[in-house]
Design a protein around this ligand. Structure first.
Ligand code: 13P
Length: 287
């Protein structure tokens, strides 16, 4: 059964580790992430962007697929199904479809409007036992057409949003979606420290987990980050493994074109990436 992400993230914050949010794109992705979480006895959050939800056929398809896998694959570790960077309308659609967690990304609205919409969505989510993440300060880079500039959040604005009853907070600290450019200045730990000082026990979320060096990840966790989002890195490892299989001509040998064979190396590559991240984040054996 899907669970809200509140309890797993409160435990993570108190225990000084982070739970990974791994975005899903299709059945192979979902199965690879769930099986790895079960093997490592780790809680996990499956992230779904609105674009990926549409690609998979719609939010009802996603909920049906994930619930079916939890049952048939006998997954017993805590799993949350979370809308990533949700719009106002997208949040309501996911609450209706059966997601157990949502993110309302109101970071592009003026702060007063972000506050008003977040307040309303907190009530709607909590009425269904669903957890809710909000965002202050745009995350840099591009994800599914949503482009942010990588600004650092204002700690006072973070406190204002945290006080609305949300369950965890994404705050920009110089992080970027996708690959980091060579001239990236790194995470702003000063900003993170100031945000944690004002938001106390609130679990903080680090978006753009792909390509952040291990020492920065570890330091961010010591400063209150309890959820780390990873998307691009699984896509890169899936693509590299699939490319190798095809370039070696394996799809042309025997029944190598069978999707169960063609997609197997990519599937294994996602599993390896998720395992590496769970070990780095410290969530192994925390289910
Ligand atoms: P990356 O694609 O950089 O890993 O970012 C993922 C993310 O933050 C999803 O919200």
């Amino acid at each position: 059964m899907l669970v809200s992400a509140t309890e797993m993230l409160q435990k993570a914050k108190a225990g000084h580790y982070a739970v990974g949010q791994f975005n899903i794109n299709n059945l192979e992705w979902t199965k690879a992430i769930l099986l790895t979480a079960q093997e490592l006895n780790s809680p996990v959050i499956l992230g779904v962007s609105e674009g990926a939800g549409k690609y998979m056929g719609g939010f009802d398809v996603v909920v049906g697929m994930v619930n079916g896998m939890l049952k048939d694959l006998k997954i017993t570790v805590p799993v949350a199904l979370h809308l990533d960077h949700g719009t106002y309308d997208g949040c309501y659609k996911c609450l209706e479809a059966g997601f157990s967690s949502i993110m309302f990304d109101g970071s592009h609205y003026p702060i007063a409007e972000n506050v008003a919409k977040t307040t309303e969505l907190v009530a709607a989510a909590h009425a269904k036992g669903v957890s809710i993440e909000a965002e202050v300060g745009a995350i840099g880079g591009e994800e599914d057409g949503v482009i942010g500039m990588g600004e650092c959040a204002d700690p006072q604005e973070c406190k204002a949003i945290a006080d609305l009853g949300i369950d965890f907070l994404a705050a920009g600290i110089g992080n970027i979606h996708g690959k980091y450019p060579a001239n990236w200045k790194g995470l702003s730990f000063e900003t993170l420290d100031a945000i944690q000082a004002l938001t106390g026990d609130m679990p903080l979320v680090l978006h753009g987990g792909t390509g952040i060096p291990a020492d920065m990840i570890k330091k961010a966790i010591t400063l209150g980050v309890a959820k780390i989002n990873v998307n691009t890195e699984c896509q890169l490892s899936f693509a590299a493994a699939t490319r190798k299989y095809v370039e070696e001509g394996k799809d042309l040998q025997g029944k190598g074109y069978d999707p169960r064979k063609l997609l197997a190396p990519g599937f294994e590559a996602i599993k390896a990436t998720v395992k590496e991240k769970m070990e780095l984040f410290g969530s192994v054996d925390k289910a």
